[in-house]
Design a protein. Structure first.
Length: 282
């Protein structure tokens, strides 16, 4: 039975790339379900799957995050991982899909949970914006803020893995500067907001040499995250499960000194305990 992957919104569950990839469970928010219902929901997932990995966006309302931590405490279980991930919404959705793909592999729940931080470094997540006046997730200079008020202005913004902002030229003769893209094979996914532009598919995708382009509905949390509804959000990620498997499998595995689960990296995905520092010699 694969480890259950859970999300905090149904629009973070992208279509499965193949028939072997399971879906993710969208957890009920506190404004729709009481504490007892939330306890029953997570308890049922643990009973059915054994372990649950819930991906919590950094933009998640505090009341939702507190509810999930309270439920885990009430259940007194170390089988629920609550992963705080600092990616834009579409990047979160792609990371969730990668975890869903890997959940059917032979990785232990601890390795799968701690792999989320590793995989997030390989997701190039950004947006084409009609304004950066209210963008507070990445640094925006005063000059860009001023240009944001000029009608027709557009900005290519990359939030992960290295924040950058590029003002796209208005004239067709000017060679556009583009955000630096991945140097490995990716598939580009984009979602349209209220900005009428094909720039992501016609300009960015060829420049990044992606292996394919897919369009999906815009997550509800995208406009608040980017500070404007006038956007086209995009994210490039590794689509091939064999490459994802090799990437995770190549990292040395350790045992968590607190809960005993396997982990990769420097922190357990389930109990958040840091990896013990190696003992120094005499």
């Amino acid at each position: 039975m694969p480890t259950a992957i859970a999300v905090t919104s149904a629009d973070l569950v992208l279509p499965a790339p193949d028939r072997h990839t399971p879906t993710a469970t969208a957890l009920e928010s506190p404004d729709r379900a009481g504490l007892d219902a939330s306890v029953a929901e997570l308890s049922a997932l643990v009973e059915r799957f054994g372990y649950v990995i819930a991906v919590l966006p950094s933009s998640l309302p505090a009341v939702f995050a507190r509810r999930l931590h309270a439920v885990r405490a009430i259940l007194e279980t170390d089988r629920i991982a609550l992963l705080d991930i600092d990616l834009p919404p579409l990047g979160i959705a792609l990371l969730v899909r990668q975890l869903r793909q890997l959940s059917v592999c032979d990785f232990s729940p601890g390795v799968l949970a701690s792999a989320a931080r590793l995989l997030s470094h390989y997701i190039y997540s950004g947006a084409l914006l009609g304004s950066v006046a209210r963008l507070d997730r990445i640094p925006v200079g005063l000059k860009s803020h001023a240009k944001s008020w000029v009608p027709g202005s557009q900005f290519a913004v990359l939030a992960n893995p290295r924040p950058s902002l590029v003002k796209l030229p208005g004239g067709s003769k000017a060679a556009p500067e583009l955000p630096a893209g991945p140097e490995f094979g990716t598939q580009l996914t984009f979602a349209r907001g209220q900005l009428a532009s094909d720039w992501v598919a016609t300009d960015l995708a060829p420049a990044w040499r992606v292996q394919g382009v897919l369009e999906c509905p815009l997550p509800a949390s995208s406009a608040p995250w980017w500070g404007t509804p006038r956007l086209v959000e995009f994210a490039a990620a590794i689509p091939d499960i064999s490459v994802l498997y090799q990437l995770v499998a190549s990292v040395r595995r350790e045992e968590c000194r607190w809960c005993g689960l396997e982990l990769i990296g420097d922190r357990c995905g389930f109990c958040s305990a840091p990896l013990a520092a190696p003992l120094s010699g005499p």
